[in-house]
Design a protein around this ligand. Structure first.
Ligand code: SAM
Length: 280
């Protein structure tokens, strides 16, 4: 497998990673404004998944192609469009395949977009070379990610919902116990320097930008604990059963002592950030 297929996550992905209403549309508008693309721009999303990012583009009528290893994830995207009365007018295509060997012609797209994928791909340099190959001269590559408390960056000193503190405690436990990240990959999650440097070596001009705020739906600490116990985040898929049980036992001890309102739900907020690479 050239990456991490999300087949196993297809059923719950949107419930656990989705934005609150309006956020995905704000991200779409910010990408369009930042890259200056018109309505007829040809767009490609690498690792399109369930369409969390893609659906607002498709519904707004953009010419949109998505590729993913997981047909089950893309089936969720299709299922969300199925009841849409305007579906016949949408211009989109989905392909099952590997982002590090794209089945598209050179210079076929004006925009290549990828969100939360680079860190999952074994040969991420090949993915970026392929993105460059299929972009027309002057086109833009947007590598986006949600930057929010509990997604890996430290939360010390911040006022964040208790559910997010639970996730943060989980991530700290992983570090303290020295459990490896999935498949020994270098940690590309939000690590823009390594990716920027590689894009620079391909001749790109790279900028790092905060494109749009987003919000996630309300969540209780107990619901977050349940997600972690069910290994709903891909970073936990490579843990052995023993490691996972060890972390869960320690989390539960901390939870009992520290969580004040286990069933109180709160929304969380973050920024959608991106590396934007252009080649002249
Ligand atoms: C975390 S999900 C992100 C989905 C979507 N971009 C989003 O932001 O919601 C990662 C997606 O990348 C796909 N993926 C991982 N490695 C891949 C590869 N080498 N080629 C194509 N897709 C890949 C997974 O199947 C999954 O659907």
């Amino acid at each position: 497998m050239p990456g991490v297929s999300f087949d196993r996550a297809a059923e719950y992905y949107d419930a656990t990673r989705g934005y609150a209403p309006g956020s995905a549309e704000g991200i779409r508008d910010a990408i369009v404004a930042y890259t200056g693309l018109g309505n007829d721009a040809r767009m490609l999303e690498l690792g399109v998944g369930t369409g969390r990012i893609a659906l607002p583009f498709i519904r707004a009528g953009y010419n949109f192609t998505g590729i993913d290893l997981s047909q089950a994830m893309m089936d969720r995207l299709l299922a969300q469009l199925a009841p849409d009365p305007a579906r016949a007018r949408y211009r989109f295509e989905l392909r099952q395949g590997d982002v590090s060997a794209l089945p598209f012609a050179d210079a076929a797209f004006d925009l290549v977009l990828s969100v939360h994928v680079v860190h999952l791909v074994d040969d991420w340099q090949a993915m970026l070379r392929e993105a460059h190959r299929v972009l027309r001269p002057g086109g833009a590559l947007v590598l986006g990610h949600d930057s929010a408390p509990g997604d890996g960056r430290p939360i010390a000193g911040e006022q964040v919902p208790e559910a997010i503190q639970v996730r943060d405690r989980w991530l700290r436990l992983r570090e303290e116990l020295g459990f490896a990240r999935p498949r020994g990959r270098s940690n590309l999650w939000g690590s823009d320097q390594q990716i920027s440097a590689f894009l620079g070596s391909l001749g790109a001009h790279v900028e790092e930008v905060a494109l749009a705020p987003f919000e996630r739906p309300p969540l209780t600490p107990r619901e977050m604990r349940e997600r972690l116990s069910q290994r709903m985040y891909s970073a936990d898929w490579a843990l052995s059963d023993e490691q996972h049980a060890d972390m869960l036992g320690r989390l539960d001890a901390w939870f009992t002592q520290h969580v004040v309102a286990p069933d109180s739900a709160a929304a969380s907020k973050g920024q959608f950030r991106a590396l934007v690479a252009r080649w002249s």
